[in-house]
Design a protein around this ligand. Structure first.
Ligand code: SF4
Ligand code: SF4
Ligand code: SF4
Length: 182
């Protein structure tokens, strides 16, 4: 039995192909790796983690990255508490305004609109979500979509608990009858 063509040569080919693949993968990883701002991880810790999409960023992580880059205002996150919004503001500087969900004395959620004038964070106008019972078909899509378990469906009609609602607006986007308004 000839050792070179039957054992050594296949082993060499295997090693060469494996090495080439490894180098190729390392190159691709280096070429396409995304740089992640570590500050965004810090910011993310203070966001509610509901991934409701109310901030328009598709999720908390994407929003945290925008905040860290100074491309967003924390006021766009309705569910964010006043305390956490302030922590984020300290982390990212003047780009973050106070979250509406923490508006003083508010039991209902509030929707986000930036009112930051560049220095002083300001609260947004409060927004309360209500369901038009006449239009509600009781499908429960809003209940399932609400990340804060603020909606119940009783006798075929959905109701929002204003104490739990954080004004993220997610229920509005799923209602097939467009009967949730602010
Ligand atoms: S609105 Fe707030 S809780 Fe909802 S996805 Fe955006 S950052 Fe997360
Ligand atoms: S009731 Fe609607 S607006 Fe309020 S927290 Fe739930 S999904 Fe968001
Ligand atoms: S999604 Fe709309 S129609 Fe369905 S239960 Fe909720 S409010 Fe009613």
């Amino acid at each position: 039995m000839q050792i070179f063509p039957t054992i050594i040569l296949p082993a060499l080919i295997f090693l060469l192909v494996g090495g080439a693949l490894g180098i190729g993968l390392a190159f691709i990883h280096e070429r396409f790796k995304t740089t992640r701002d570590p500050k965004s991880d810090e910011v993310l810790r203070f966001l509610p983690g509901a991934n409701c999409g109310g901030c328009g960023s598709g999720g908390c992580e994407a929003f945290a990255q925008k905040l860290a880059r100074g491309e967003a205002d924390v006021a766009s996150c309705g569910p964010c508490t006043d305390e956490n919004a302030e922590s984020i503001r300290k982390l990212v500087g003047s780009n973050a305004a106070v979250g509406a969900g923490a508006a003083a004395g508010s039991q209902s959620g509030t929707a986000a609109t930036s009112t930051n004038n560049g220095n002083e964070p300001k609260r947004r106008e409060k927004k309360t979500y209500r369901i038009n019972a006449e239009g509600c078909g009781g499908c429960g899509l809003c209940k399932n979509a609400c990340p804060f378990h603020a909606i119940t469906v009783l006798a075929g009609i959905a109701m929002i608990d204003p104490e739990k609602c954080k004004s993220c607006g997610k229920c509005v986007t799923v209602c097939p009858n467009s009967c949730i308004k602010s």
